[in-house]
Design a binder for this molecule. Structure first.
Ligand code: SF4
Length: 445
């Protein structure tokens, strides 16, 4: 899960892509997470009552073959097998500690997500050992979904069969683009032939749900190439397609170059172009029978292809975040782990909680968090918020709702508030309007 910088409203509506995070991935903003609330995580999981929210596990694999120029995650490209072994052992110890706490004891995960970094960087043997140990601590037999992120160049048929064997139901391929020149200048480690090979292996092995990630607006992207990428995805016909609009956070290689060259605008397409590209992709995908299910995803069959991790997370599930830099949410407390791998391992080995910052949220903040995240689905269920929080969204935010309706961004359909497509594609630039006043100008990582 990524960190996010919340950008001032006027900044977001500018056309050019400037440095800074664009996506709103959580609420309240990370700058309000702090040291003082760190002990709350431990107190809460050791309080006598067991949690009742659906439980998930997020497991962070911080290793990659190469660092992409647009990457802002905490990843390591220089670790040897001893470092990897030490890390895997620490994460298992971290999981064991959580599983023994009164808050988690006896509960089983409803979803498991392996993200990174590159989970598929690990060898077949490392993955088998890791997942066997994880299941022995917290069995996955009630998990509705197990997602695994892959970099296509790390996948062999054997490794994919192991991944299938340990229970992955949703395989997510980080394709990003099909053009080898564009992949190369953006620092990706894989090339298109590895995508086709991995996809064929995965299809042959019968994964329930294969997702392909694309990025609209990589360095040197063009109209023609983007159109070709979308055609190639339609030809492959994955169960799910996820499209992100390129953002250029401060801790990326692209920003480093911008700074050296004294440039303020990133050398990637502007926001209207990126939105047009996503709109064109969605039109083609809809023609091919897909349904748009969020600002970022199209699925072939919405009846059978779900994204449980996203839907649970966006409706207040508990999630244990394991590993360096991981984000978790337990009993209304947000937390993030230590962001340096050695310090993370040292802390777990010393039997200390490896939590770096946390925030004990208030009920109103939890309401706003869910509302913000669910806007990304393009439709908000008024009844859901009334029932769960006792709040009428249309009354609480009447000014914003009225303005959006007048602008033509929103329509009301029975119990649902529905964003029109154009608004959905710029939803992340609209969400700060719901922030509480003291969170409005937050700008941070
Ligand atoms: S593969 Fe993903 S996590 Fe790894 S460097 Fe590239 S963008 Fe970052």
């Amino acid at each position: 899960m990524s960190d996010s910088t919340f950008i001032k409203p006027d900044y977001q509506t500018e056309d050019e892509t400037k440095a800074g995070n664009y996506f709103v991935s959580n609420y309240p903003p990370f700058s309000f997470w702090n040291d003082e609330d760190v002990p709350c995580v431990n107190s809460m999981i050791n309080s006598p009552s067991q949690g009742t929210a659906p439980l998930g596990i997020y497991y962070h694999v911080p290793f990659c073959r190469k660092r992409c120029h647009f990457c802002y995650f905490k990843v390591y490209t220089d670790k040897n097998s001893n470092d990897v072994r030490r890390y895997l052992s620490a994460t298992i110890e971290e999981l064991r500690t959580y599983s023994e706490s009164p808050y988690l004891q006896g509960r089983k995960p409803k979803f498991v997500y392996f993200g990174g970094g590159t989970p598929s960087y690990l060898s077949a043997q490392q993955l088998t050992e890791l997942t066997d140990q994880m299941k022995a601590i917290l069995p996955w037999d009630e998990a509705e979904e197990v997602t695994f992120e892959c970099e296509p160049g790390t996948l062999s048929e054997k490794k994919l069969s192991v991944i299938k064997e340990f229970g992955v139901t949703r395989l997510s391929l980080g394709v990003e683009n099909f053009n080898d020149h564009i992949l190369g200048i953006n620092g990706r480690a894989h090339r298109s032939k590895e995508v086709f090979r991995a996809y064929e292996f995965a299809r042959g092995l019968g994964f329930d749900n294969i997702n392909i990630d694309l990025i609209a607006g990589m360095l040197e992207e063009t109209d023609e190439n983007w159109s070709d990428c979308v055609d190639q995805v339609v030809d492959l016909s994955p169960d799910c397609v996820t499209i992100y609009q390129m953002e250029v956070p401060f801790n990326t290689g692209i920003f480093k170059n911008m700074k050296e060259e004294g440039k303020l605008s990133a050398p990637v397409a502007d926001w209207p172009t990126k939105r047009r590209w996503v709109a064109e992709a969605y039109e083609k995908l809809e023609k091919a029978g897909y349904t748009i299910t969020s600002a970022y995803t199209a699925v072939k069959n919405p009846e059978t292809t779900k994204f449980i991790y996203r839907d649970r997370l966006w409706s207040g599930a508990d999630m244990v975040g394991l590993g360096v830099s991981s984000f978790g949410h337990l009993g209304g407390i947000h937390y993030q782990n230590i962001t340096n791998i050695d310090h993370y391992c040292d802390s777990v080995e010393a039997k200390k909680a490896p939590v770096r910052r946390a925030l004990m949220t208030q009920e109103e903040e939890r309401f706003i968090r869910e509302l913000i995240l669910q806007w990304k689905l393009g439709r908000v269920d008024k009844k859901y918020f009334q029932k769960k929080f006792g709040i009428s969204v249309t009354e609480r935010f009447s000014l914003i709702i009225t303005k959006w309706k007048e602008n033509g961004d929103l329509i009301e359909e029975g119990d649902y508030l529905v964003l029109i497509r154009d608004a959905l594609l710029r939803v992340d630039s609209l969400l700060h309007q719901f922030f509480l006043p003291h969170h409005q100008d937050a700008r941070y990582v």
